[in-house]
Design a protein. Sequence first.
Lengths: 261, 224
Amino acid sequence: MLASVPARRRFSAIFFAADLPYVVKPPSISSGFSIQFEGIEKRYGMRLALRGLSLRVAPGEFVALVGANGSGKTTLLRIAAQLIRPSAGTIRVSGKGDENPLAIRARTGMIAHASFLYEELTAEENLHFFARLYDLPQAPEACEAALERVALDARARDLVRTFSRGMRQRLSLARAMMIAPRLLLLDEPATGLDPEGQSWLGGELAKMHGDGCTILMSTHGRNEVQSAVTRAVRLQAGAVAEDSGERGDFRAVLAGSVAEN
Amino acid sequence: MSLGRAASLILAKELRIELRSRELVSTTLVFVLLVLVLFSFTFDPTTAESHRFGPGLLWLGILFAGSLMLQPSFVREKVNDTLSALRMAPIDPFAVLLGKLAANALFLFLVELILLPIFVALYNLPILPILARLLLVLSLGTIGLATTGTVFSAIAAHARLRELLLPLLLFPVVAPLLIASTEATVSLFSPQPQLDPVWLVFLVAFDAVFLTAAWVFGEYLFEE
């Protein structure tokens, strides 16, 4: 987990960026990050959402997390994104030779149920804001390229609140792609997309996976987005119920999940 | 990225959204104007009463304005879960708080600047001779209110009854700030206006303590 920043270092960081305990230099990491969950438990009040879950995802894998509603998929993804602290257990996300928490965060993208976009900003302004927050070199060019890639360049100056669900999803992907992620976390990204949109998203994810990005995706049923999946893990009641492994028959696990739903 | 630069990016984003939507400043201004006009009609104060009670009513109006304006600060980030996007960014979490705090203080100060001439007209109080000192008191009070309000807005954003929770958390904590600001303002409206250094030091200390606390513990405020 991300360590707390000691107060004295916070003070100097106001004035000197170099004093930040983990200054983000775009790491020259070309392979994906690995993730290791060890005995993860997450408790919401009396309810145990994850029960001692252990899972290891190797760099460059494209893992589909399947399971019924409430099986713990979203919680696991949010723990991987460092948005939630587990009640017990450890999670370790690491890149090749780089375990600096901020550098890891700088190359971790997420597409969730919510779009992570500001309604009152245009598509371009949203991307510019996040590009600057991630300290991307040549932010305007990076935004332009990302908008072109998701075919939203013609709507770049329109407010996000005028966008359809599919367009928001594409813009979310542009936001995630812009940082050249080495770990991409996807929480049911096909929700609300028509078959054509699912097919397009599946193609984009296949390209990112081809570039070596590690992808962890929760998904429901069968859809086009799963076309490049290399491994499937089925969760049940907060624990791993079935794991196809790296070379196993992930289609059987996905089919089993469809039958369960 | 330095803390200052990250915070300035958040501040610029907040200003852009507010300039476009004009939700916070306009609604707060209308609300606080109504409050001051109603106070004026209810009390119908004489000149002596205006000197005595005017500053208190002004600061009550500012407190109500603050509780109304600070409420949506983090709730707006929940709409598309943009708070998670900010938390995932490789920046110091305190930058998010600092950027929002600066934006809230600016919005609140803007409302106060518009409000001041109307307050003067309603309560017949001379402010020109004491304007600089009054602005100093207003600035210190506003920073204190924006700091505590932004912190509690972040805490309340995760709660189910968030609309009720913010005033419940905020009002007891800012009570000393309200007293100090009112007393400092009363001393300015006295026949021989002078800024009481005790209240001034108190206001500076209040701001320093809460800013430091927000800086040290800020990163824990966003945790789910």
